[in-house]
Design a protein around this ligand. Structure first.
Ligand code: AMP
Length: 549
């Protein structure tokens, strides 16, 4: 199937965008078997699915007519999970239907409902919106459903995950029974299958993303890091990859806020996206990314849904995604419209098993390795610098640049350094504004858990004893102590032995093979939790002394 059989105005629009060939999902919805039918399509963002249903709707909207009739009661309704996605869908359908004279109105939560009512009253061919707002307009009589010929549910699985089941059912109940219903969903879990069964007739099932086939344009990497060094690892990944735009995913708003602050402080031009932003703040943040004023976007999963930035070359999972679908959704922000992208999963070494399970469940193959080291970043910087210098040296230098060069060469202090000294000084000048890479602990030497001897497993061999200056006076309790010690010293629970809580301090045992690593990590992390000091006890071996009280 090619675009050749489409109505002329749509062909004009596609040509205008330079889209010559249908993507697989577009070819699938345009096959003769799909004509006029309900569709249940598994397709991911980035697959061209918006244009796919835009094209599928053509027959319902245009029939054989060369142009759409004057806009009146809407002919098709598209429901999407977030404001962002809904507005992008509107933008996409606007160019697609412009030559056909299409008028598209959006109705999304967070925007002015009165303005939307006015737009609806002026007539529309297509209405795009979020579930809650669309339902409101339907209930208030602002949106007349009587002429609707088709309803599209976009990212249906996301809508169910976000708790919109009731709204979707209400919308579907309100629309004419003979409508055509198309559902697009990255995955088809039980809830989606049930919705399809209840509201579709004889739906054609289309699997545009063949199961088990990895997105060819996304390279997955998994980097093992010490649990308390995740943020530093983010810095190093950003520095090594140096993409035009990067997206960093966190699990909570609190982490987004902290990481955003930390990255900004280190000199990255960064924006944050999380649920609490107003629509205009979100728009401003995205605009900053589009026009190059910001290069890093730190976001929660919900806030980042539907975002389509073609220049986004890197996705970092600063915190592990909660399930394989989220891993794919996050990663799908890159590798869009045929461009290459990298998706880096930062895996705390204590959660390596979970990281591997997520990748396996998402059916993606990742290359495992350490997070980028300072040396690797410096080497890459040098490579980029030489490359850039070569490219620019091939161009004719501007007169003002030559004037600066002459001043540099004429400077007695610089001239005394010779050519190498002068070049080295310039390299320092160029390096100065780059955020400094971070020293990271080497977590690769950690033995696999199965082989790790615990203090107990080795015939009660003594561990190395440490102490921390919190005891019963500070509510010391194994329930928080154990995770705290694991994080602070990047060891696993198995590597911590006996714990003794005393009045003003707590003593604990660390497996002998892990003690040096524990001590080094605990020392390094001191600044982060300054009120708690962790230090080796004297004597290092043997049962703990009673502390001086
Ligand atoms: P979507 O999956 O709808 O988020 O689309 C991802 C990107 O692919 C959007 O920027 C589309 O404009 C673009 N796109 C859609 N169809 C095509 C096509 N046939 N050829 C090239 N790019 C396309």
């Amino acid at each position: 199937m090619s675009f050749a059989d489409l109505p002329a105005p749509l062909r004009t629009a596609l040509e205008g965008r330079g889209y010559a060939e249908p993507t697989p999902v577009q070819a699938a919805v345009l096959q003769p078997e799909a004509a006029g039918r309900d569709l249940l399509v598994s397709a991911q963002t980035g697959s061209g699915k918006t244009v796919a249903y835009g094209l599928a709707l053509a027959a319902d909207l245009l029939g054989d007519a060369p142009r759409l009739p004057p806009a009146g009661a809407p002919l098709a309704l598209i429901v999407a999970p977030t404001r962002e996605l809904a507005l992008q869908v509107k933008a996409e359908l606007t160019w697609l239907y412009a030559p056909a004279g299409g008028r598209i109105v959006s109705c999304v939560g967070g925007m002015d409902p009165v303005a939307e009512r006015r737009m609806l009253a002026q007539g529309a061919h297509l209405v795009v919106g979020t579930p809650g707002r669309l339902r409101d307009h339907l209930e208030r009589g602002n949106l007349a459903p009587g002429s609707l010929r088709a309803v599209v549910l976009d990212e249906a699985d996301e809508m169910l995950d976000l708790g919109f089941k009731e709204e979707l059912e209400a919308i579907l109940e309100e629309t004419p029974a003979e409508r055509r219903t198309m559902m697009f969903s990255a995955t088809v879990p039980r809830g989606i299958a049930a919705l399809a069964k209840g509201y579709q007739r004889d739906a054609l099932r289309i699997e545009a993303t063949s199961q088990g086939e990895q997105h060819g344009d996304i390279e997955y990497r998994a980097a093992l890091v010490a649990p308390h060094e995740l943020e530093r690892a983010v810095v190093n990944v950003l520095r090594l990859e140096d993409p035009r735009i990067a997206m960093v995913f966190c699990a909570t708003r609190a982490t987004v806020a902290r990481l955003h602050g930390n990255l900004a402080e280190r000199g990255f031009s960064t924006v944050a996206l999380s649920g609490e932003l107003s629509q205009s703040e979100r728009n401003r943040a995205l605009q900053n990314l589009r026009d190059g004023r910001a290069r890093v976007c730190v976001a929660t999963d919900v806030a980042a849904r539907g975002i389509d930035l073609p220049d986004l070359g890197l996705v970092i999972h600063a915190e592990l995604p909660r399930d394989p679908e989220t891993l794919l959704h996050r990663s799908g922000r890159t590798g869009r419209a045929g461009r290459k992208g990298v998706s880096v999963l930062l895996v705390p070494h204590t959660r390596r098993g979970l990281g591997q399970r997520l990748l396996t469940a998402a059916r993606v193959k990742a290359t495992w390795g350490p997070a980028p080291s300072v040396e690797a970043i410096h080497a890459k910087d040098a490579e980029r610098l030489v490359e850039q210098a070569r490219t620019l040296a091939a161009e004719e230098p501007a007169e003002e640049d030559l004037a600066v060069a002459r001043t540099l060469l004429a400077d007695p202090a610089l001239a005394a350094q010779g050519a190498e000294g002068l070049a080295a000084a310039l390299v320092r000048v160029l390096r100065a504004p780059l955020p400094a890479p971070e020293e990271l602990s080497d977590v690769s030497e950690r033995p696999q858990r199965r082989e790790a001897p615990t203090p107990r497993a080795e015939g009660d061999q003594e561990g190395i004893w440490f102490r921390m200056d919190v005891g019963r006076n500070g509510n010391a309790d194994p329930r928080w102590l154990l995770p705290f010690l694991c994080r602070r010293g990047h060891v696993t629970r198995q590597e911590i032995g006996r714990i003794r809580i005393l009045g003003r301090e707590t003593q604990f045992e660390v497996a002998p093979y892990a003690a040096a690593r524990f001590a080094a990590a605990a020392r390094r992390a001191e600044g982060e939790d300054a009120h708690i000091r962790v230090e080796p006890m004297q004597p290092v071996k043997g049962p703990p002394r009673r502390p001086r009280q």
